[in-house]
Design a protein around this ligand. Structure first.
Ligand code: FES
Length: 110
């Protein structure tokens, strides 16, 4: 079981559990996070944007060029932004913490 913490735009911490191989987007949606994921992981929307806690960002496989291009278009992008549909959970990501981006410009995480 992999534990993931989502930090909502209100600053609330929501703990979720996931299986290895699950996309982070799916886990977030199941936990009630406001992640639209309009394109369902086809990398065509960027509505699944999350801000990864700094300590975890380096643990993730690097984003593809296509993901980087889409992130450029997402609102409130930070240096540790990723598309949650492209993050597949593995055991090394147990404890992962990500923030749901809002429009409050509070970019602090981790
Ligand atoms: S769900 Fe559309 S880019 Fe991730």
């Amino acid at each position: 079981m992999i534990h993931v913490t989502f930090v909502t735009t209100d600053g609330a911490r929501v703990e979720a559990q996931a299986e290895a191989g699950q996309p982070l987007l799916e886990v977030g949606q199941a936990a009630g996070m406001a992640l639209e994921g309009t394109c369902e992981g086809q990398m065509a929307c960027s509505t699944c944007h999350v801000i990864v806690a700094r300590a975890w960002f380096a643990q993730l496989p690097a984003a593809s060029n296509d993901e980087e291009d889409l992130l450029d278009l997402a609102a409130g992008v930070t240096a540790t932004s990723r598309l949650s549909c492209q993050i597949v959970l593995t055991d090394v990501l147990d404890g992962l913490e990500v923030k749901i981006p809002g429009f409050s410009n509070d970019m602090q995480v981790g």
